[in-house]
Design a protein around this ligand. Structure first.
Ligand code: SF4
Length: 200
């Protein structure tokens, strides 16, 4: 597999991902996020990893961001946007709109709490959700959030550390060792509407 400069290969999930520093790029973070988010612990606290994520945040504000990511995402074919970090600004989301648009043969998926952020960002999420058939956008919930707070257009919801409801799909990788996103695919098919994750 050809290495990419800015996308990162996640060998456990077997997908390419684009990552940013957790916390400072998460305008919708909750009290739960501040203490429990996996992207603030362990591997993510290593100096090299933190540096790489800061580089990506800086890069996302440059003119090269869109053409470079288009090139890498076209080749990668399956991309998770943000194993860490989130949609942090209007300009950044506009850049992703263009990248996704220019990569019609690539499947993107992401989990976001930006649905809790400023209205102008939530409006862009809604636009993403309606516009890009190659993007599977999941609104993330945790014990600090409530269903009543979700926007009315929410149609894919990811739960973490919440009770398992009948009929809700659990993350296959967490329940069956050896599975990966690539073999599972629940998070990027049009039939999945709810996914439950354990704390990881
Ligand atoms: S449910 Fe499947 S596709 Fe979604 S994160 Fe878990 S293993 Fe990956």
């Amino acid at each position: 597999m050809r290495p990419h400069r800015w996308l990162t290969w996640n060998k456990t999930l077997r997908v390419w991902s684009w990552n940013l520093p957790a916390g400072e790029t998460c305008p919708g973070q909750t009290s739960w996020c501040r203490t429990r988010c996996y992207a603030r612990h362990n591997y993510f606290t290593l100096g090299l990893v933190r540096k790489a994520h800061q580089e990506r945040l800086s890069f996302s504000k440059t003119r090269s961001f869109i053409p470079t990511l288009v090139s890498e995402c076209q080749e990668a074919k399956l991309v998770r946007i943000h194993s860490s970090g989130d949609f942090y600004s209007h300009n950044y989301m506009a850049a992703w709109d263009e990248i996704i648009h220019q990569c019609p043969d690539t499947t993107f998926f992401c989990y976001t709490r930006t649905w809790r952020a400023a209205e102008e960002l939530v409006d862009i999420l809604e636009y993403f959700n309606k516009t890009h058939s190659n993007l599977f956008l999941w609104l993330s919930m945790d014990p600090a959030t409530q269903h009543e707070q979700l926007p009315s257009w929410a149609n894919r919801i990811a739960y973490i550390e919440m009770p398992l409801w009948t009929g809700y799909a659990n993350c296959l990788k967490q329940t069956q060792p050896g599975e990966s996103c690539r073999t599972c695919g629940k998070c990027f098919n049009k039939f999945s509407k709810k996914i439950v994750f354990r704390q990881h």
